[in-house]
Design a protein around this ligand. Structure first.
Ligand code: PMP
Length: 454
């Protein structure tokens, strides 16, 4: 049959109806929002205003894959803190470790190391292949510090990233591909310098463009997600990542895999799942079960080259480090989460559910004949309003549709399902169930059927 186009008038009416329902169902959240008069934008972080219902619901409780809001509504949480709660909310083993460290033994941050760190370093080495690790509190900082080390050891000034990537609030990466190369990403707040001075940008899945940009000889590192996850999910074409590795080696550029989101591919992210050989790996968000922690790992060769630069101040104010990075509480939480929660076995369960979710969505798209696509990356899947699935960030960005996003997010929300506000993304945690996934399939099916008049 012919794919059904979206009727904008019907979409507008449905969205209006869902907004009304949302407003009616959340009086306490709305009051809490109004009470935030001394907060920028009324919320703890301005990005929390990214809410399809025009104000966010407020968190009351969360456990495993379930969230309860201030008005007492329960949700199947497929947002999972946009990956930061990939271990599930407050998993028991992490709660116990945090209690032990913070309450029983005492001491979250004493400027002294704890024994847990050695275990975590060994575990991250096992998972991601690179042998030497250090910590941060966020994935953003892990990326910042990885970039600094790459500049130090290569003596080169620039970073190469992909069009519509996101790696946190890393200045060098807040760019898109303009007519003449790197341009400040739309809306970028107070960029320190013209990003063309720090960054080269290419489309994902384009080896010729990568070769051309690296040939300039000024790129310290390629910073990449092995699959883009912040502009829909864009998977690498067969042979693409091998090509990236060959080109980076050939041009003397280091390769940094940011596995913060792509950890969904398995216990060691795409790096382990696909046998990749990056020079550095960065990770954050989920690895401490919701407690702030990030990490970056380097190859033996990079570590040796760093050691060969005794002029670099890695002890004091050289630009790599943070007072709370590697604190006892974060490290205890990382250990418990990696040892007992985000285990190899847990990933098997989560990835199985990712497949079930993807199959369910695909079934709905087939039945309703809508020309959308769904892409899975292990325990994560995302739908996009175009088909076939985009092969690069530019294509995927062009398929964005804010009104459709809002409609689907609100429809699901009003029926007990949370998606990440910034994505049409669903993530599975160890506590997610087949019932949770099937509930989504059913409600998503109803949302699409109403939209196309089925
Ligand atoms: N890397 C990737 C791939 C991300 O998606 C994000 C956040 N969405 C970050 C890094 C930054 O994480 P944080 O905001 O926790 O520093």
């Amino acid at each position: 049959g012919t794919p059904v186009p979206v009727n904008r008038e019907r979409l507008g009416a449905l969205l209006g109806r869902e907004r009304e329902t949302y407003a009616e169902r959340h009086p306490r959240s709305r009051a809490a929002y109004r009470a935030g008069a001394n907060l920028l934008g009324n919320v703890p972080m301005t990005w929390m205003n990214k809410a399809a219902g025009r104000f966010p619901v407020y968190l009351a409780e969360a456990r495993g894959a379930t969230v309860v809001d201030l008005d007492g509504h329960r949700y199947v949480d497929l947002c999972l803190g946009d990956t930061a709660a990939m271990a599930g909310h407050s998993p028991e083993a992490t709660v116990a470790a945090v209690r032990r460290r913070y309450a029983e033994a005492g001491g979250a941050t004493a400027m002294l190391p704890t024994e847990d760190a050695a275990w975590v370093g060994a575990e991250l080495a096992r998972r991601f292949g690179v042998p030497l690790w250090s910590f941060s509190l966020t994935a953003t900082d892990a990326n910042r510090w990885a970039i600094r080390l790459a500049r130090l050891v290569t003596g080169r000034p620039k970073v190469l990233v992909f069009n519509f990537c996101y790696h946190g609030t890393v200045d060098e990466s807040l760019v898109t591909l303009g007519r003449d190369g790197a341009a400040a990403r739309e809306g970028n707040v107070g960029p320190p310098v013209d990003p063309a001075a720090t960054t080269r940008v290419v489309e994902f899945n384009d080896l010729d463009a990568l070769d051309r940009e690296l040939a300039a000889g000024d790129v310290a590192c390629v910073l990449m997600e092995p699959a883009l996850t912040n502009i829909g999910i864009v998977l690498p074409a067969p042979g693409y990542l091998e090509g990236v590795r060959e080109l980076t080696r050939g041009h003397g550029t280091l390769l940094v895999n940011d596995e913060t989101h792509t950890l969904s591919a398995g216990p060691g992210g795409c790096t382990l799942a696909w046998g990749l050989e990056p020079d550095l790996v960065t990770v954050g968000k989920a690895i401490a079960g919701g407690i702030a922690a990030g990490a970056y790992g380097v190859s033996a060769e990079v570590a040796e080259r760093v050691a060969g630069r005794p002029d670099a101040d890695l002890i004091d104010t050289g630009g790599v480090g943070g007072t709370l990075a590697g604190n006892a509480l974060s490290v205890a939480a990382m250990r418990a989460t990696l040892e007992h929660v985000l285990t190899d076995q847990a990933f098997e369960h989560m990835i199985g559910l990712g497949t079930r979710f993807t199959d369910g969505v695909r079934g709905v798209l087939d039945v309703c004949q809508v020309p959308w696509s769904v892409v899975q990356l292990g325990a994560r899947a995302e739908y996009r309003f175009t088909s076939p699935a985009p092969v690069n960030g530019g294509q995927s960005a062009a398929a964005g549709d804010d009104e459709l996003d809002d409609y689907l997010h609100l429809y699901l929300h009003n029926r007990g399902i949370l998606l990440t506000p910034f994505h049409n993304m669903a993530l599975m945690c160890p506590a997610t169930t087949t019932d949770d996934v099937d509930t989504h399939t059913e409600v998503f099916g109803a949302a699409v059927a109403e939209l196309v008049g089925g």
